[in-house]
Design a protein around this ligand. Sequence first.
Ligand code: GDP
Ligand code: GDP
Length: 438
Amino acid sequence: MSFTVAIVGRPNVGKSTLFNRLLEQRKAIVDDISGVTRDRQYGVTDWNGKTFNIIDTGGFVPDTEDIFETEIRKQVRIAIEESDALIFMTDAAIGITDLDESMVALLRRSDKPVFLAVNKVDNPERMFLASEFYGFGFDNIFFVSSMSGSGTGELLDAIAELIPKDVDEDENAEKNELPKFAIIGQPNVGKSSLLNAMIGEERTIVSDIAGTTRDSIHTHYNLFNKEFILIDTAGLRKKNKEKEDLEFYSVIRAIRAMDEADICLLLIDATKGITAQDVNIFSLVTRKGKGIVVLVNKWDLAEKTTNTARDYEKQLKEKLAPFTDVPVIFISAKEKTRIFKVIETALEVYAGRHVKIPTSKLNEVMLKAVEAYHAPVIRGHPLRIKYVTQLPTAVPSFAFFCNYPDDVKPSYRNYLENQLRTHFKLSGVPIRIYFRKK
Ligand code: GDP
Ligand code: GDP
């Protein structure tokens, strides 16, 4: 299930303030394209058990009035095309402007649900001024203060109502569904080339299945006894559109592909190294609890000495920290090197993500690890971990039952995670650890 909400509106109405609030201040991942746009932000949030992506479309830094208006209209158009619902934000302190009016004209023509959020309604006087926005004629209108948070809960309630309940991934797995892999990465990193290297000339395509959401193609792959579904969004880029906002398209589609996939194959350009944008996408994948394999593509272009790959991997992992237990493969989509290794590794990560560790084995290993290295004393009392169990969730999750669940230090939590990773094959698999009262 993938549901994406884009926040559109003039600069300075408070989009980024709302974004941060909806993500509960967990500072959003921010892209590194500066000069053209003010940070466009992407994140994932959870409200009433519904999970959805939020995009703050950012603001254009204008040269002239004309370009300014053109760029904003372009963003709104992409947001309408690519998202499932829109939050259109205006500013009660300023009132209706020409730019608001021209955005309304675009939004009225869209068939996506629009939530008008009149922002900066910090007090009753502002509420009085804000009523002019009823004139836009939107059914869904919310008077909010992004700064204080007032009204934002109602806005989220209304959005969450549109979203079907999350389907339990485990049910899918039990139905013997095939593993789903998505190839993601920035424009020109080699996504289409990798897809061709995997399925292109070899006639491995069994059938084309319509994607579960629009705009993605699912290809059933079956070769050398390996069977899975490849989710492709790369080929669907609209190459004809002049001066389109490639970054916006590619990220919004990557997010959708991520939601549909079990495992993400994240491509990085060997000649450019890992960028802030790549790191953002990586952390979004891990926050969504999807499996991940990092592919350093165009390795044929890299100057190779004996240690290059090892050094490269070391530097790469420093950027990916704290989650570094991730397979990294150096490939060339063009020369088709190590493509089969990619498939094998992705299938291993898939197996790791669906592993069910027997409770007896888990306790045998983990209680020994607890004995080997005790947690720091809590207010004069030793932390006692009595037993461990794996929870029946899609993302591998483990509950440690102990006497002071709220006081376990992050460093000890990390120790336990590392021990789990050492003893069980969880490379590329984000896991969750909980402490519960026993
Ligand atoms: P964006 O350009 O649309 O992303 O706008 P920002 O989120 O950067 O906010 C622009 C300015 O409006 C900042 O100075 C914010 O502090 C301010 N602002 C945002 N929300 C509110 C609000 O609810 N009330 C008031 N009074 N100011 C706000
Ligand atoms: P996409 O936008 O991510 O789908 O990237 P493409 O697959 O269209 O590739 C962009 C460009 O990089 C094309 O010119 C490809 O030929 C080139 N390319 C892709 N993979 C490799 C590779 O492994 N080595 C080299 N040298 N070039 C590559």
